[in-house]
Design a protein. Structure first.
Length: 130
């Protein structure tokens, strides 16, 4: 009996096919079988994946919508800037939503709408001298 340990063998399972790149072949533990399959790429999003742009759009949209009507041109600065940022982040959030399982679609849309309404209200006199 020898004191040298046995060489560990590769366990049975699916491995990259050495003969066909982009495919997998089943290794029985001792030799390759005739079983082959194509390699499929699956993108898995982590359970905690978030759409931070959508959240930012919603918060900035609310802030801008509330602050834009402040008179004496104060609202143009303290409300107008969040309105513009809400529009930008809303668009980014809507584009990003499908990539994170549609998370953040509604907040991005609401932020975009509120930011847009706040920004458009500037053109009808919001934030100016009343």
């Amino acid at each position: 009996m020898s004191d040298t340990p046995a060489t560990p063998s590769t366990p049975a399972g699916w491995y990259p096919d050495p003969e066909h790149p982009g495919h997998q072949r089943y290794w029985s533990g001792t030799d390759w079988t005739d079983h082959r399959s194509t390699v499929s790429t699956v993108i898995v999003h982590p359970a905690g994946a978030a759409n931070n742009a959508a959240t930012a759009a919603l918060v900035l949209g609310i802030i801008g919508f509330v602050l834009t009507p402040i008179p004496f041109f104060i609202g143009l600065f303290v409300g107008g800037i969040p309105d513009i940022l809400a529009i930008i982040f809303g668009i980014v959030g809507l584009v990003k939503a499908p990539r994170v399982a549609n998370r953040g679609f509604a907040p991005a849309l609401i932020g975009l709408i509120l930011g847009g309404l706040g920004f458009l209200s500037i053109f009808i006199g919001a934030g100016t001298v009343w």
